[in-house]
Ligand binder design. Sequence first.
Ligand code: G3P
Ligand code: MG
Length: 246
Amino acid sequence: MNAQAWPLPFWIAHRGAGKLAPENTLAAFRLGAQHGYRAFECDVKLSSDGIPFLLHDATLERTSNGQGVAGDLPWATLSRLDAGSWHSRAFAGEPLPSLEALARFIIGNRYAFNIEIKPTPGQALLTGQVVGREVLRLWADSGLAPLFSSFEPEALQGARETAPDIPRGLLLDNLREGWLAEAQALGCAAVISNYRLMDQPTVDAIHAAGMKALVYTVNDAEAAQALIARGVDGIITDAVDCFSPA
Ligand code: G3P
Ligand code: MG
């Protein structure tokens, strides 16, 4: 695993293929790749028996036929849910993927990967620790490394404990007091903010601290142009059918 090098190209497909396919399913990542993307963001949390899997929300209702808090259920139950029909009939029966299943697709194609650690509330440290351990196992000998990111400093701290050499990025949806020092204290390689926060002084402050400045979720060409002019290092987008990563 080459953990020293920055792992991501500029354009990163959000949740696989944005809204064109059911988010965080293997079908979505395949569709994003068909649109030319070679780097993907996903959201990962733990089942009740500690299996890392892909899901954005804490609860199952919006993006599957399950109910309740996903992290309360064992993987044997979660893996039988339909995470595709809510989106459209073409994806009926698409399963929730484990991180292991996604890793086979990502590593097999030598794609870049941003794993957003999205813990079930109250499980931030544990989720970071388990996902860190799992990534070391799955990416071992691949010559690749993903980027970890999280809105929760504790999740990044957990990943740092078990996988210290895998790069980390602090996600921000506001520029709270001390955000830059927080990212530095976590040994982050990047700050990834809501794109509306990433003005020129913010880009410059991140770069002056030796980190990359990335933004989510940019779906508008004018906004993308302005951010590129400001010198951001990466854009996470839903609009995989509009922005060509080439
Ligand atoms: O990782 C960037 C972005 O995915 C963060 O927000 O809510 O889409 O996971 P969210
Ligand atoms: Mg995310």
